[in-house]
Design a protein around this ligand. Structure first.
Ligand SMILES: NC(=O)c1ccc[n+]([C@@H]2O[C@H](COP(=O)([O-])OP(=O)(O)OC[C@H]3O[C@@H](n4cnc5c(N)ncnc54)[C@H](O)[C@@H]3O)[C@@H](O)[C@H]2O)c1
Length: 252
């Protein structure tokens, strides 16, 4: 399958959260293939180090930061380090999340806080930390990962879906406040994307049900999500901001 090359992404300074596995791994590979300078963080240290080793021959090999995004001070310190290492930040991809299932009865105040920390809070603080560097560079791009799950009202995901719904509001608010600094902010909304983690939840029959609910046949892969992310990160999308972009094969 042919893949687009965006001249405007060459040498761009990109930070991706949760880049060590799943869709994030696909995003790291895709930006590196564009000749971008990529830094990413993750708590999956082994997978992340393997990814860095696999891409070590690239024009710009990616740089890995072992950081837990639930720790805001660590996120702020890391964003400062990334800016120094890359000489700035042009593109921030807030990809990391955790969709562990839970029932309403089992949610404690501490679990609520922890779920918001892993699924919502770090997106804002990464954007807050990256915005001054983007302003100095004359503009930038922030892409926040939402989820189709709450649009479909899936079961046993109330806190994840609450956070994912909030991300769409976060995107619109940031797009408004940062737009005059030429910083574009959008939400990427994946449907069901086939990753190692997602495979845990589904039987072959479950996967067939997902495909049946889509308008299009076939399974969405990280590379398909990356194609949309690359376009929105590129200068070709210069008037795209403040909105939600679905990549879900028409899942309804
Ligand atoms: N895969 C899907 O079907 C799907 C569907 C809808 C939305 N999404 C969204 O797409 C994004 C990527 O999803 P995915 O399927 O690749 O998820 P994933 O769980 O496979 O990968 C997420 C990555 O984030 C990392 N991570 C998790 N918690 C972290 C923490 N506290 N600190 C640092 N890193 C952490 C994980 O180690 C992992 O590498 C997420 O925002 C997810 O909500 C995915």
């Amino acid at each position: 399958m042919s893949r687009a090359i965006y001249p405007s992404l060459k040498d761009k300074r990109v930070f991706i959260s949760g880049g060590g596995s799943g869709i994030g791994e696909g995003l790291v590979e895709a930006f590196v293939a564009q000749g971008a300078q990529v830094a990413f963080c993750d708590i999956a240290v082994e997978e992340s180090e393997k990814l860095v080793a696999r891409l070590s021959d690239a024009a710009h090999a990616p740089v890995f930061h072992a950081v837990d995004l639930r720790d805001v001070a660590a996120v702020q310190a890391m964003m400062g380090d990334v800016e120094q290492q890359l000489g700035g930040i042009d593109i921030l991809v807030n990809n990391a999340a955790n969709d562990d299932r839970h029932s309403i009865e089992d949610v404690t105040p501490a679990y609520w806080d922890e779920r918001m920390a892993v699924n919502l809070r770090h997106l804002f603080f990464a954007a807050q930390a990256a915005a001054p560097a983007m302003k100095r560079a004359g503009g930038g791009v922030i892409l926040n990962f939402g989820s189709i799950s709450w649009h479909l009202a899936l079961p046993e995901l109330v806190l994840y879906q609450t956070a994912k719904a909030a991300i769409e509001g976060l995107t619109r608010s940031l797009a408004r406040d940062l737009g005059r600094d030429n910083i574009r902010v959008n939400t990427i909304i994946p449907g069901n994307v086939k990753t190692l983690r997602q495979e845990k939840w589904y039987t072959p029959e479950g996967e067939a049900e997902i495909v049946a609910a889509q308008c299009l046949d076939g399974r969405i892969l990280p590379v398909d999500v990356a194609a949309l992310v690359l376009f929105l990160a590129s200068d070709d999308a210069r008037f795209c901001t403040g909105h939600d972009y679905f990549i879900d094969a028409g899942w309804r």
